[in-house]
Design a protein around this ligand. Structure first.
Ligand code: FAD
Length: 485
């Protein structure tokens, strides 16, 4: 019986070793492990996993192909719905999506759908080295064919139609939207503010969860192979505006996938001291500017002790990065472990690596020394009261319970909102009270010809939702342009 086989465990780096390096934590499945795990799928008549996937990947079908050893076939099935499978296989919150709905999970362990997706994507460009414990150097990797089957799928673009579409931002929303439009023959240019493409995948999520050269670079190359042009170092709203792209440069439509990169702070005294970072800045300095690498001239000083305020994925990433830079790291969170919004796997990895969790604790002041550098964080103990509008019990301060934690660095990981630069510089583009662009379910904004999706519309969310929104908007752009001609 297929469901008697226990879930195939995935191999990971030893926590003590990985706490000192930036190599990927999880090795992933090799071919034999993937085929064994694939054999556990029950191929339900009404597969709940497909409905629970925001882009409705045909999960049982691709798993059946893996089970048969037809990895190319599995890749083609995934490619019909996802343009970033190696990324999503690594970072999607599967436990609340596909795996959370797997029937096997009711009494036991769900099929490892995410790890299987990752294996398929890795196999298509690493071959039998997928799932290997030894890092594969660039020179050892099989060359990616330039024509025919290119990694994930055959690129049979429709003939070029000469219609120009601009995409703002090269995160998952922008990449997915651009890929679909290029496949349908559009002349697509992505404008990216930073010097590298990828959005949060490049500058936010750390190397040890999402390797940049091994995984992300390859998926971005795939988008370029479709004919998408990527212009980096172009800030829409400063270097050039959406109005001028449409009125002077001949772009017939624009997709805004500019994300939610504006960090929130607590507005407590001392937040402007040296040594206080937003998680975005701290992670960008590490990932994009490679602060952790000795061969880069852009180091970062984390100090001996670091406090990270917050409990989401971003807080876990910042904490685990600071740990790898050699610090003792405390997560300061005002609720309990049960309410932590981060993915379970990330919390588990953080605990294994030695991150200290200070629960029911909230900062009230950052205290500095005479030179303006952080020396401690004043906190107050909290207790849980009545549930708030989100259904979670609200944290309430315990009067008189203030105490200080000595620390050299404080990292605020309290969420982000969209940067207002684009909405302020574009006529007719409405935002809601959270600063997010207003768009309908197809991605149409309040400005004709301008579409939007991903975190810029929803606020900080997930990679797969951003990707799905990019693809939905691509369809709406295609319909809009066809209706104009
Ligand atoms: P982004 O990825 O933010 O990309 C937007 C791009 O637009 C950026 O490259 C930005 O530079 C560019 N841009 C912005 N303004 C302009 C402008 N004016 N002109 C030109 N370019 C511009 N999600 C998960 O599913 N799983 C996870 O494990 C996970 N971990 C995360 C960890 C961190 C540290 C962070 C910050 C987020 C994480 N997320 C995770 C959330 C996920 O990464 C985002 O929801 C997703 O990247 C949003 O995609 P996007 O394309 O909308 O925006």
């Amino acid at each position: 019986m297929a469901n008697r086989i226990p879930r195939v465990a995935v191999r990971e780096q030893d926590p003590k070793v990985r706490a000192t390096n930036f190599e990927e934590v999880c090795y992933g499945y090799n071919r034999d492990e993937a085929m064994l795990e694939a054999s556990r799928c029950l191929h339900c008549k009404n597969p709940r996993c497909v409905n629970a996937c925001p882009v409705n990947i045909q999960i049982p079908e691709f798993i059946a192909k893996v089970n048969e050893g037809d990895i190319e076939g599995a890749a083609a099935i995934i490619a019909a719905d996802s343009s970033l499978p190696a990324v999503c296989g690594r970072v999607c919150p599967q436990e609340t999506q596909c795996e959370g709905s797997c029937v096997l999970g009711v009494k036991g362990e769900p099929v490892a759908i995410g790890k299987l997706e990752r294996f398929v994507a890795d196999y298509m460009h690493l071959g039998d080295a997928a799932g290997s414990e030894a890092p594969v150097s660039a020179s050892e990797r099989p060359a990616i064919p330039l024509e025919g089957v290119q990694g994930m799928e055959k690129h049979d673009n429709a003939p070029a139609n000469g219609v120009k579409v601009a995409v703002v931002g090269s995160g998952p929303a922008g990449l997915a939207c651009a890929s679909d439009l290029a496949k349908w023959g559009y002349d697509v240019t992505i404008f990216e503010a930073l010097h590298k493409a990828g959005g949060v995948l490049e500058y936010g999520i750390p190397e040890f969860r999402l390797p940049k050269d091994k995984v992300l670079k390859h998926e971005i190359e795939e988008v370029k192979r479709l004919g998408v042009k990527i212009e980096t170092d172009v800030i829409i709203g400063k270097t050039v505006t959406i109005d001028s792209l449409m009125d002077e440069e001949g772009f017939k439509a624009v997709f805004i996938g500019s994300g939610a990169g504006l960090p929130k702070f607590m507005n407590i005294p001392g937040e402007n001291l040296c040594g206080v970072f937003s998680a975005n800045e701290f992670l960008t300095r590490n990932n994009l500017m490679k602060a952790w690498r000795e061969d880069y001239l852009t180091p970062i000083h984390a100090g001996k002790k670091v406090c990270v305020v917050g409990g989401g994925n971003v807080a876990m990433d910042a904490a685990r990065t600071a740990l790898r830079l050699g610090a003792e790291v405390h997560i300061i969170y005002r609720r309990t472990e049960a309410e932590l919004p981060a993915r379970k796997e990330e919390v588990h990895h953080a605990i294994e690596e030695g991150i200290i969790f200070d629960m029911l604790t909230n900062p009230v002041e950052v205290i500095g020394d005479e030179k303006g550098w952080v020396k401690s964080l004043k906190c107050i103990r909290m207790e849980l009261g009545e549930p708030d509008e989100s259904g979670r019990r609200s944290p309430v301060p315990v009067e008189g319970s203030e105490f200080e934690i000595e620390t050299e660095t404080v990292i605020m990981a309290l969420g982000t909102s969209p940067n207002p630069m684009i909405s302020r510089s574009t006529a007719g583009l409405e935002t809601n009270r959270r600063g997010c662009l207003v768009a309908d379910e197809k991605g149409a904004t309040t400005r004709p010809g301008v579409f939007a999706g991903g975190d810029a519309v929803t606020g900080a969310a997930t990679v797969i939702l951003a990707m799905g929104a990019g693809r939905t908007a691509a369809k709406a752009i295609d319909d809009y342009i066809k209706a104009q001609s």
